[in-house]
Design a protein around this ligand. Structure first.
Ligand code: FAD
Length: 452
């Protein structure tokens, strides 16, 4: 029987080992997890801090005991892989409980060690109460400190998905929230006109938004923050959410190939440059679904898919990866924002010629209660109507449109095919001509005009 060692016991590692067990009843599976908690819902952490989720145990999908009992998988928490010996096919492991080291041999190895939060260089950062939110333990620490020190104000550094979710959740808790974004607009996956709608919402919700600036210096009191634009603000603590980098230390030290985006290089079956070692999730570089260019997408859907594909390959049932669209969605107070594929910036960088259509209408029949504006924007090729990317912002119905767009791109539909999708309609849900269909009609008009 085969022995498979898994490094990292959360999204990628837990999914891989469960899938593997379904495909191979015999294999010996050992999961090594550095932290004290396996298989927790990273994505739910901000919502616990905001009080949307009251019971933190709901965020834990499985425990070492349940994995052992239900799946015959051994999970060792507080055990850290510190070295891979590819010649001997062994992993050196540090047991943080017993404070000892030992080696574990493997036939195949899976790496899913995730990312490391980027810590920005700020003068005086060590004076401040600073947190990143990545692990379950990070969440517990933030919660404990908020309560113990009675924090009333926060400065969130970085206006990506996690920064915005934290702004929403900490405001819900009654805090005074500053949000700092170094570039001109928050949520850089969106085009400027879409981010601006989110920024208006942040201001409406009384978030102190500072764009195009960053923290230059923190005074010794740990609370007085000097911004590069000359402003001085105060906050009891900081949440650092400026980005993440692949946790590729083990892979690098083992001499595995690293891709141009900084992620561990894998083939379409998730094998690294050593065929006995697989890697999935936030640590890897895959490729863009549309351009086929190298891409890193540190998101949960792609991680779960990759884990499934790695389990298929290791058990001799290979299915290739088709690339990442980077489909993402986020709730920012009363608004939802979503995007997939290439945005204007990506398109300009890639040198592709593109056209854009925008549909601004209600998400459902205007006469039915709760009608609210929805902006849907789609980029496509003027040559053949190939869909390059889509974005949507609105109070409701954003996820539905984005999921239809994801299905359309995955299935190879062109932008004009969008007219023909028979959308589920009744007044509380849509209109007989859904925004998706309208994009198709508008694109057809644009393409026809160009053809004449
Ligand atoms: P992780 O799930 O991070 O697991 C890596 C594990 O490896 C960690 O537990 C770590 O302790 C362990 N590890 C690292 N090094 C070692 C070692 N040497 N030895 C042993 N163990 C090790 N994605 C979405 O798609 N939608 C969302 O809404 C969303 N929200 C998020 C919110 C937050 C706050 C965070 C932090 C992430 C969010 N994500 C979201 C991203 C998503 O959680 C990740 O894409 C996913 O968890 C990646 O899985 P992974 O297995 O690569 O890494």
């Amino acid at each position: 029987k085969k022995k498979i060692v898994v490094i990292g016991g959360v999204a990628g590692g837990a999914t891989f080992s469960s899938q593997l067990r379904m495909l191979d009843e015999e294999a010996e599976i050992v999961v090594i997890e550095k932290s004290g908690t396996m298989s927790f819902a990273n994505c739910g952490l901000p919502y616990y801090l905001g009080g949307y989720i009251q019971d933190r145990d709901q965020l834990i999908a499985a425990t070492p005991e349940s994995f052992q009992k239900e799946r015959n998988i051994e999970v060792r928490v507080r055990h850290e892989a510190v070295h891979i010996d590819r010649n001997q096919k062994e992993v050196r492991i540090l047991d943080h409980i017993g404070n000892t080291q030992y080696s574990e041999s493997y036939d195949s190895l899976l790496l899913s060690p995730g990312v490391i939060p980027v810590i920005p260089e700020i003068e005086g950062l060590s004076h401040a109460n600073c947190f990143s939110l990545r692990a379950f333990e990070d969440m517990l620490k933030i919660e404990e400190q908020i309560e113990a020190k009675q924090f009333k104000s926060v400065c969130i550094v970085g206006g990506g998905f996690i920064g915005l979710e934290m702004a929403d959740n900490l405001k819900k808790r009654g805090m005074n929230v500053h949000l700092i974004q170094r570039s001109k607009h928050v949520l850089s996956v969106l085009d400027k006109d879409m981010s601006e709608i989110i920024e208006e919402e942040l201001v409406k919700q009384e978030i102190d938004l500072h764009t195009d600036t960053t923290i230059q210096k923190i005074e010794e009191d740990g609370c007085t923050l000097h911004l590069t634009n000359g402003q001085v603000i105060t906050a009891d603590f900081l949440i650092l959410s400026v980005g993440v980098k692949p946790n590729r230390y083990l892979a690098e030290q083992a001499g595995l190939d690293i891709g141009v985006t900084g992620g561990v290089k894998v083939n379409e079956f998730m094998q690294t440059s050593d065929p006995a070692i697989y890697a999935v999730g936030d640590v890897i570089e895959t490729f863009d679904f549309i351009t086929k260019q190298p891409k890193r997408v540190p998101l949960a859907w792609v991680t779960h898919r990759q884990a499934y594909l790695a389990a298929r390959h290791v058990t001799g049932h290979p299915v290739p990866y088709k690339g990442s669209l980077g489909t993402s969605i986020c709730k920012v107070f009363t608004l939802h924002a979503a995007s997939l594929g290439l945005n204007e910036e990506h398109l300009k960088e890639s040198g592709l010629s593109y056209e854009t259509v925008v549909q601004e209408s209600n998400q459902h029949a205007g006469y039915y209660p709760g009608a609210a504006p929805l902006k849907l924007k789609v980029h496509f090729s003027p040559e053949d109507g190939k869909i390059y990317g889509a974005q949507a912002v609105g109070k409701d119905g954003v996820d539905k449109r984005m999921d239809v767009m994801a299905a359309a791109i995955t299935g190879g539909l062109t932008v004009t095919d969008l007219q023909e999708i028979e959308i589920a309609y009744a007044p509380p849900f849509s209109s007989p001509k859904d925004p998706i269909n309208m994009i198709g009609y508008k694109a057809l008009k644009k393409l026809n005009k160009q053809a004449h």
